[in-house]
Design a protein around this ligand. Structure first.
Ligand code: ADP
Ligand code: MG
Length: 356
């Protein structure tokens, strides 16, 4: 469906210097594939999506869509944009139009559907994204997750051959990520060809038929989810997919804001899909700080989660301490609440790690 050959993109920076963002990208995208593009920030993922529908014309190289060279100077871009539904991070809905009008506007204007027909189709799409009840409201009254679901329906209304989604959940409040992921999961199951830039690695592994790992403006590794997540060839891929999410608290006295810690932990756990661990982590932190390490300050508390292995840990770190702060009695109290207790010296002090 899409073939990319020797694609390069160079930007001129404000100071006049040139920045090459895409280096010789080659790939083929077939009908029905669900491809997640992952990679560090700044690696060229967005630019790659933008060059595919010529929002950013490539500096050199070719993009063929269904055999047609869309980089040719005389190629009608309007036609191309119908074929590719684009969903961005920031919704881009028209604020002065209702939800229904947002969806019917382009099909009436560009596909010349009758108003009635466009509205019928729009209502079907709204049903698909769970937003029928909001057809007549204005976007300002919607939550971020609802706006993004409308944005997806609006893109689908143009009957695209392929959907390009650029981090559609990354500007959402964590509580709303799930509803948008569910809609995308539905699209993938319905056989929609999709190219999705995402930071949600677990989701990418679950829904994709293929993963592209981008690094430094190139496709660094390209394979099935199993290859990329379980058996990556390159060490950089391995490091990226096994990355650890962290939340840190420095506790230097007893008058810190416990409510704030509670809120931060809750948000962190929702974001990484470990809601069930939030209260447990919070209770353990309180217990360790006030019962077992009451006299030890400052102490750094760290909550970590490795998305791919699902391992969550609570670390309590103390600098310039040579031995464990825990007594046998402490251990007896903690043990039944955790999967493991690891007590170890570090280069700077001592760490008690609770696996939860
Ligand atoms: P990603 O989506 O992987 O985070 P981007 O494609 O947004 O990466 O950006 C890749 C690089 O290109 C970044 O260094 C960014 O600053 C630069 N870049 C992106 N768009 C432009 C632009 N319009 N002008 C200049 N530099 C840009
Ligand atoms: Mg981006």
């Amino acid at each position: 469906m899409i073939r990319v050959e020797h694609l390069n993109k160079t930007f001129r920076q404000p100071d006049g210097s040139l920045l090459t963002v895409l280096h010789d990208v080659n790939c083929e995208i077939h009908k029905g594939e669900v491809i997640s593009i992952i990679g560090p920030s700044g690696s060229g993922k967005s630019t790659f999506l933008h060059t595919l529908n010529m929002l950013e014309p490539p500096t050199s190289g070719k993009v063929y869509v269904n055999g047609e060279d869309i980089t040719a100077p005389d190629y009608p871009l309007a036609k191309l944009r119908h074929k590719m539904g684009m969903v961005f991070q920031n919704f881009n809905l028209f604020d002065h139009m209702t939800v229904l009008e947002n969806i019917t506007f382009a099909p009436v204007k560009l596909l010349h559907l009758s108003q009635t027909r466009a509205e019928q189709e729009a209502m079907e799409l709204l049903k698909r994204v769970g937003m029928v009840h909001k057809a007549d409201v204005y976007p300002a009254t919607l939550s971020g997750g609802q706006k993004q679901r409308v944005a997806i329906a609006r893109a689908l209304a143009m009957h695209p051959d392929v959907m390009l989604l650029d981090e559609p959940t990354s500007s959402l409040d964590p509580t709303m990520v799930g509803e948008v992921l569910a809609v995308m999961r539905g699209l993938a199951q319905d056989g929609m060809t999709m190219l999705l830039v995402t930071h949600q690695l677990r989701f990418a592994r679950d829904v994709s038929s293929r993963i592209i790992f981008m690094k430094d403006g190139g496709i660094y590794e390209d394979g099935t989810p199993e290859q990329i997540f379980e058996f990556p060839i390159h060490s950089a891929t391995k490091a990226f997919v096994n990355r650890i999410k962290k939340l840190l608290f420095e506790i230097d006295s007893d008058d810190f804001d416990f409510y704030e810690i509670h809120t931060d932990i809750t948000r962190f756990c929702i974001k990484y899909n470990i809601q069930a661990k939030a209260e447990h982590a919070f209770t353990l932190i309180k217990e360790v700080l006030f019962l077992h390490t009451r006299h030890i300050r400052p102490i750094t508390v760290r909550l970590t989660h490795t998305e791919m292995t699902g391992v969550t840990a609570l670390d309590f770190m103390v600098e310039n301490l040579n031995e464990t702060p825990l007594t046998d009695a402490d251990r007896v109290k903690i043990r039944p609440q955790v999967n493991d207790i690891i007590e170890e010296r570090t280069t700077r002090g001592f760490r008690v790690k609770l696996l939860i």
